[in-house]
Write a protein that binds this ligand. Structure first.
Ligand SMILES: [Zn+2]
Length: 311
């Protein structure tokens, strides 16, 4: 949606394991609807072999946590009300059903019908506004180099081995196993980024709500959640927001930047306010670099408030 780029933001996040995190074997299968986070291995050009958290996996967990917090509620959008979250598995009622009607519906009409979760994370019919990049056990510098990985990187790769068996639920005997499971220990940090494009302030709020659910222990990462694995804390360390210079010196959501007819056509929600910070002009755009922890919290709070004001 939106042919133009109005605003964008990059949130730098740190995910810290509170209990061990299960590493899934590479042949575990790829299920796009699975909310399970799988920690897998890769070979980094300069850092060597390492475990990492794929961004798509973390996005699945954030999405299902965010959906759970708004499911069953309706929210106000321009000229309409929209559901908090659809059920992507129900093809008749989900927002994805409109994917097959692209010939008879315009992009704006399809957007009008999307629930809040799909407006943020995407559906089969609409590209999402949030993307989550891979998380590594070291800090990635802005220039593409990596910061000191040191003990955290080493500890992340000193995986624990556990033996598991799969029990057949009907007959109660061992169906599969014993097999070995690898776990990333507790107390390990992974760093990564979440990017938002053409976003409204409530979308920052819905994203924050998903992160809160993980930190509060309501959503866990990885499989074997019933055994207490995969509890984690997510911390937003900084937010970099960019918008066109002509948009003024205050950071704003896309609802304050797009023309009125476009806002109505897409049935955008009412726009919330972001806290004022000093911007730095960069060519045709202006950048707002939010690093101070209290100010980062103020931005996340502004997102939560904007979402709350729609219900
Ligand atoms: Zn939906």
């Amino acid at each position: 949606m939106f042919k133009k780029s109005y605003n964008r933001a990059v949130l730098r996040i740190r995910v810290e394991t509170v209990t061990p995190l299960l590493i899934k074997a590479g042949d575990a299968g790829l299920d796009p609807t699975a909310a399970d986070l799988t920690c897998v291995r890769t070979r980094h050009a300069t850092q060597g072999a390492t475990v990492y958290i794929p961004g798509s996996s973390l996005k699945g967990v954030i999405r299902s946590a965010a959906e759970a917090s708004v499911r069953g509620q309706t929210f106000a959008a321009a000229g309409a009300s929209v559901a908090g979250a659809c059920n992507p598995l129900e093809h008749q009622t989900s927002c994805g059903q409109f994917a097959g009607r692209r010939s008879s519906m315009t992009a704006t009409e399809i957007h009008q019908k999307q629930c809040l979760a799909c407006r943020l994370f995407g559906s089969l019919a609409l590209k999402g506004r949030a993307s989550v990049r891979d998380l590594f056990p070291w800090v990635e510098n802005g220039d593409g180099t990596t910061g000191p990985s040191g003990t955290n990187h080493r500890a992340a790769n000193q995986v624990e081995m556990r033996h598991g068996v799969a029990i057949d639920r009907v007959v109660g005997s061992v169906r599969h196993g014993p097999f070995e499971q690898e776990l990333v220990p507790a107390g390990i940090s992974f760093w990564g980024e979440i990017a938002l494009e053409n976003y409204q302030v409530w979308q920052l709020g819905l994203l924050t709500q998903g992160l809160d659910e993980i930190t509060d222990g309501f959503a866990q990462l990885g499989s074997s959640k019933s055994r207490g694995l995969g509890v984690a804390r997510v911390e937003v360390q900084s937010i970099l927001h960019e918008q066109p210079g002509r948009a003024g010196s205050r950071p704003v959501g896309v609802g304050a930047l797009a023309p009125a007819e476009e806002k109505n056509a897409y049935a955008l929600c009412r726009e919330g306010e972001l806290p004022a910070v000093i911007g730095e002009p960069r060519g045709l755009s202006i950048r707002f670099n939010v690093r101070e922890p209290a100010m980062v919290q103020a931005w996340l709070d502004a997102g939560r408030r904007a979402l709350g004001s729609l219900s």
